[in-house]
Design a protein around this ligand. Structure first.
Ligand code: MN
Length: 191
């Protein structure tokens, strides 16, 4: 069981500046949990010798996965780089591929990096006060290209499921790197 009433409704606080809720705990992702996802493995090694930085955290409120339920929450993606590649989330396909998702940027800036199983790619800028629609069939990952945390609010079909498999092994076709002090979307060096 959990603290929220998914049958009768409930309110929950999310701070509009920080994305934080006082009534729930975040799930945290550290570099050690996603080191194979960054292209520059030497840079990963160097960072890990000193520390294991927190890359992002997000709220999983324990929404039941019944047809019709909507899972929602916020993601807090910290600023930083591994080599020239910006901090990013693992990203995933939905197990039920034909399900979409909506993201709203509360704070910060970056990219939503997407691709479908046929290899069509799309990168949409994330900007404060703007929403992005992630269409059905597209894997999606967020990248923080700014100097502040990137804070996103998301909503998706609770029974969509998460499929990390194919993205974890080979990664995305595109990556977002800093070149001459500016973000640039390039073809992935891993493909
Ligand atoms: Mn999703």
């Amino acid at each position: 069981m959990n603290q929220f009433d998914w049958d009768r409704g409930f309110p929950i606080d999310f701070d509009i500046e920080t994305g934080r809720s006082e009534t729930a705990q975040t799930t945290k992702r550290y570099l050690s949990q996603m080191k194979g996802m960054y292209f520059d493995s030497d840079a990963v090694k160097k960072i890990m010798e000193k520390e294991d930085p927190l890359i992002y955290e997000f709220y999983e409120l324990g929404c039941p996965e019944r047809p019709g339920d909507l899972a929602f929450g916020t993601t807090i993606l910290y600023p930083g780089r591994v080599g020239e590649e910006y901090y990013m989330t693992k990203g995933h396909f939905h197990t039920r591929l034909e399900t979409s998702e909506v993201y709203y940027t509360l704070s910060g800036e970056g990219y939503m990096v997407m691709e479908n199983p046929e290899g069509t790619t799309s990168e949409i800028p994330l900007k404060k006060n703007k929403a992005v629609y992630v269409p059905r069939r597209y894997a999606h990952r967020t990248v923080n290209t700014g100097k502040e945390p990137l804070i996103l609010f998301f909503v998706f079909d609770a029974d969509a499921g998460h499929n990390y498999g194919t993205i974890e092994t080979k990664g995305y076709h595109k990556m977002v790197v800093e070149r001459d002090g500016k973000p640039e979307v390039i073809d992935s060096l891993k493909w």
